[in-house]
Design a binder for this molecule. Structure first.
Ligand SMILES: NC(=O)C1=CN([C@@H]2O[C@H](COP(=O)(O)OP(=O)(O)OC[C@H]3O[C@@H](n4cnc5c(N)ncnc54)[C@H](OP(=O)(O)O)[C@@H]3O)[C@@H](O)[C@H]2O)C=CC1
Ligand SMILES: O=C(O)C1=N[C@H](C(=O)O)C[C@H](O)C1
Length: 236
């Protein structure tokens, strides 16, 4: 057991990435954390899908928890994460901000209250360098809406060029890319003669970085299992 006065050591998988740098900045502002490239207490992976298998392997071999912030992961990645979570604590978070954790709750509740008669569309915009679309957050919010409705999520992505009406019960996704936008998400519930719109605007990557530190703190000493930001923030 580490003495509580010791900083929690984070091993960053991609220290030179945009998120790696933001997390290093948050750590520099908080003496209860430190970066340790080789012997961290928690692995923090905000990198790329190709890095995931090696990161999980590193966590399970060393028996230390891992925070996965990387998005754009496929079904094989889902299975690898589930497998790793049997031996170490894994926090998977497509968005580590407090605002999006709250938004997820609100969207689930709205979908439950409004029911299947309302169409759900998720719109997101990110910077020109983002590689995956729709964003991980958009998919997480779509899943929250499906959960609220009590139905499996059926995705309807880009409709350009189609000559079909909207598929009933589907959740639509649209992605915009440009400039330096940190991360915009809108979830639109479109009913007959009215719309309810939930929005989140990330104004700096520091919101994700601070959330990542909260996630790492949550993971330290945690039993094996698969956790989400809802476990980290508790009841909202
Ligand atoms: N959960 C959340 O709250 C957030 C999640 N993200 C997600 O985090 C990820 C990273 O985003 P961002 O920091 O903006 O991206 P960047 O492109 O700025 O950084 C990615 C980093 O990962 C490194 N990398 C790529 N492939 C590998 C590999 N196989 N092994 C080790 N390192 C690798 C890159 O190194 P190199 O340049 O040398 O290839 C680079 O340093 C994305 O999936 C993004 O969607 C982003 C923001 C918030
Ligand atoms: O790549 C990004 O920048 C972001 N990625 C995450 C996502 O895909 O949802 C979180 C945030 O929106 C920024």
């Amino acid at each position: 057991m580490r003495p509580t006065s010791q900083p929690l050591r984070l091993t960053l998988i991609a220290p030179e990435g945009r998120m790696g740098k933001a997390i290093a900045e948050a750590v520099a502002d908080d003496p209860s954390f430190a970066i340790d490239p080789d012997h961290g207490d928690v692995i923090v992976d905000f990198s790329a899908p190709e890095a995931l298998a090696a990161s999980l392997d590193r966590a399970t071999r060393a028996v230390i928890p891992i925070l996965i912030g990387t998005t754009g992961l496929d079904d094989l990645a889902d299975r690898r994460i589930a497998e790793a979570s049997r031996s170490v604590a894994v926090l998977r978070a497509s968005n580590t901000s407090l605002g999006v954790a709250l938004l997820e709750e609100l969207v689930e509740r709205a979908a439950r209250v409004l029911g299947n008669g309302w169409d759900v569309e998720v719109l997101e915009m990110h910077h020109r360098r983002k590689r995956d679309a729709p964003s991980g957050t958009a998919l997480t919010l779509g899943e929250a809406a499906a959960r609220g409705r009590g139905t499996p999520m059926r995705r309807e992505d880009a409709r350009s060029g189609r000559q079909l009406e909207r598929e009933e019960g589907a959740i639509g996704f649209a992605a915009l890319r440009g400039g330096t936008v940190v991360g915009d998400h809108d979830v639109i519930f479109a009913g007959t003669d009215e719309r309810v719109v939930f929005s989140h605007r990330a104004e700096s990557r520091m919101i994700f970085a601070r959330g990542a530190l909260a996630g790492a703190r949550f993971l330290a000493g945690r039993a094996p299992g698969l956790y989400t930001m809802r476990d980290v923030v508790g009841a909202l």
